[in-house]
Design a protein around this ligand. Sequence first.
Ligand code: SF4
Length: 220
Amino acid sequence: MSEVDVETRLAELAVDASVCTACRLSETRTQAVFADGSSVADIMFIGEGPGFYEDREGLPFVGKAGMLLNRLLRQVGLSRADVYIANVVKCRPPGNRDPRPDEIEACKHFLVEQIKLVDPVVVMTMGNFSTKLLLNTATGITRTRGTVYPWWNRVVIPTFHPAAALRSGPAMMDTIRGDLELAVRTVRQGMEGSSPAEEEPDGGGDDPVGQQPEQLGLFG
Ligand code: SF4
């Protein structure tokens, strides 16, 4: 599919999301928040769902957490225009509660199409929620991060959510920056022809192949 075709299809999906009423989150949203960034990005970020500012502005990762993400991206030589940013659910859960299983189920076809169309080398899950969902694991982000997980002919690199770093302070920001550097290196290695999935900087983690997303049903 050409770049123009990808952008056209993503724009169609964004329109679909904007009028979607497939789950109860449509009743309380200001607007759906589909994505931001490049449709040909090598790195895709997946958060949980829109928050207050995202719901108001229609873009993912705005507000203080978004500004921190922008700053960290700049520090590793990237900008938002270089990456693709989306969430598990496209509409804000009231009071920023976790999305419920039926809401995720209703919304997951959008995320599946986004991943297939953008076709990134690296998917970075930010925070516990998207990490547990994509890797189909109950293990928290503190233990899952630091490892490159093979995932549907690409890799998942989990990292902390920028909002958590705002609460925790500089050490967690340094950790996220390190994970971003790992993602950049992984993309570069992929371009050079080596397998990015072979790198496991901290060791640890369960066998990612055993947790593949057939179980998650994301591509089922
Ligand atoms: S969260 Fe997803 S499934 Fe639910 S109304 Fe919004 S776009 Fe539709």
